[in-house]
Design a binder for this molecule. Structure first.
Ligand SMILES: Nc1ncnc2c1ncn2[C@@H]1O[C@H](COP(=O)(O)OP(=O)(O)OP(=O)(O)O)[C@@H](O)[C@H]1O
Ligand SMILES: [Mg+2]
Length: 451
């Protein structure tokens, strides 16, 4: 058929910026920038997988985040981006094929969108400074971005100016937001935000922090979260790994699961404890935790399993997917959930079931045998997830009943009849429960032959 005209499908810059930043939180944008700084540090350290017990030594890497209600900066010493990288792909929306090839290494970044989305979400006026080395020669540039002006630009080419700049103190990247967007101002100006961000960083970069990375938030050095699982005695956490081959590529999968906290005394679903909030399944991709404390069908709960219940508090499991082809990992673009269509994840997910099932069964048995369970638990030691020994399955105590099985009886009778019976028993002060117990014993002795 002959073509008679062409319909315009170009996106306006304003629409693009709005859509790009719509579904991501200010917090996740900051993490996106941290991801880039981690990747820069990792690139310098070479192709090394990051696992619970081994990984690159990040101890020289430093990421410094500072903010208040007026502005935001992130500075790293990851060696910066070269002018070539800035020109060719750091500012393109979506990774180019060149970038894909260049980045064939363990990294968190994969989509080519994080940096742009973060700066548009956080700022209206932003400077991106880079100081990098070619051979021994240090060079620097700055990319100043004025978003309202850029959005009004009419040219078809979407580009940003690159200008010469003074050297930064360390070779690395520094992003300075001098004018925040309204959502960023509201979030960063909120006094609760700083501790919340610190907790999220402690959890989501726990592996990198354990392997020496320094992240500071407004001067506070973040301590990585370290889960401890019961080990020894009748307890052994699961700690296993395998390699999944996808064509030419490999994905290394590490899985650990066990018992992190004693179950709560109350199973009241309205009483959410911090321990319950931390319990559940975690997933990390190239070290970065992208799903934390999951209690949904994204892991196993409520699928062909029981739905999450406070009774299961204490269960902790983590799956760590690592590959130098990050595209194979089950990451979403916001790095905040799991891509359920990922082949590697679909194959790995059933492996979450046996340790979860073991824990469900243990907590059910434990309800009737609390004292015996506590005694066994006291014999085990809390072991950091970073220093567990290999074990292909989770081991939990088999709780054997110590006495005869017990049950409780509840029934309702007229109050007058209870009082009358208490009087006949010779003690009107007896509680309803005691009257019931005595009546049961009386009938039992009379009617059941104990011989
Ligand atoms: N702190 C940094 N130091 C050095 N290079 C950086 C830094 N931040 C970004 N870059 C460069 O800019 C590129 C684009 O970053 P961007 O976050 O947009 O995409 P990505 O990290 O490749 O993928 P994703 O969208 O998954 O984050 C990176 O691939 C990297 O080459
Ligand atoms: Mg990125």
């Amino acid at each position: 058929m002959p073509e008679i005209a062409r319909a315009n499908a170009n996106a306006s810059r304003a629409f693009f910026v709005r859509m790009l930043t719509r579904d991501i939180s200010v917090e996740d944008c900051i993490l996106d920038l941290i991801d880039n700084s981690v990747d820069a540090a990792w690139r310098k350290l070479g192709k090394k997988r990051l696992g619970l017990q081994s990984g690159p030594n990040f101890s020289k890497a430093m990421i410094d985040v500072k903010f208040d209600e007026k502005g935001f900066t992130i500075t790293d010493n990851g060696g910066g981006m070269s002018l070539e990288v800035a020109k060719a792909y750091a500012f393109t929306f979506g990774r180019t094929d060149v970038a894909r090839e260049e980045e064939a290494e363990f990294s968190i970044g994969v989509y080519g969108i994080g940096l742009k989305r973060a700066i548009f979400k956080l700022g209206e006026k932003i400077d991106i400074n880079s100081t990098y080395k070619v051979g021994t020669k240090r060079s620097s540039f700055v990319v100043p971005i004025d978003v309202p002006t850029w959005v009004k630009g009419q040219s078809k080419d979407w580009d940003f100016p690159i200008k010469s700049a003074a050297d930064l103190e360390n070779d690395g990247l520094k992003i300075t937001v001098t004018k925040l967007t309204d959502p960023a101002k509201a979030r960063l100006g909120d006094g609760d935000f700083e501790p919340l961000l610190i907790d999220t960083i402690a959890r989501d970069y726990a592996l990198h922090l354990h392997h020496g990375l320094t992240i500071k938030v407004n001067g506070h050095k973040v301590r990585g979260e370290v889960f401890k699982l019961l080990s020894g005695g009748d307890f052994e956490p699961l700690n296993d790994s395998y390699v999944e081959k996808i064509g030419e590529d490999e994905v290394h999968v590490e899985i650990a699961a066990g018992y992190a906290f004693p179950p709560p005394e109350s199973n009241d679903p309205t009483e959410k404890t911090e321990r319950e909030e931390k319990s559940g399944w975690y997933v990390a991709c190239n070290g970065r935790v992208v799903m934390a404390a999951d209690k949904s069908m994204l892991s196993v709960w409520g699928d062909d399993f029981p739905a999450w219940h406070p009774q299961y508090t204490g269960f902790y499991g983590i799956m760590i997917f690592s590959s130098d082809n990050t595209e194979l990992l089950p990451l979403t673009t916001t790095k905040r959930s799991i891509d359920l269509s990922s082949v590697v994840y679909r194959r790995a997910r059933p492996k979450m079931k046996p340790p979860t099932r073991a824990w469900i069964d243990y907590t059910n048995a434990r309800k009737n045998e609390v004292a015996a369970a506590e005694q066994r638990e006291s014999l085990a030691k809390q072991t950091s997830i970073f220093s567990m020994t290999h074990s292909a399955k989770v081991t939990l105590p088999a709780l054997k009943r110590s006495g005869p099985r017990e049950t409780s009886i509840q029934f309702r009778v007229a109050l007058d009849r209870v009082k009358n019976l208490a009087r006949a028993m010779g003690d009107t002060t007896l509680s309803n429960r005691d009257v019931g117990q005595k009546a049961f014993d009386y009938a039992y002795n009379d009617m059941v032959d104990e011989e």
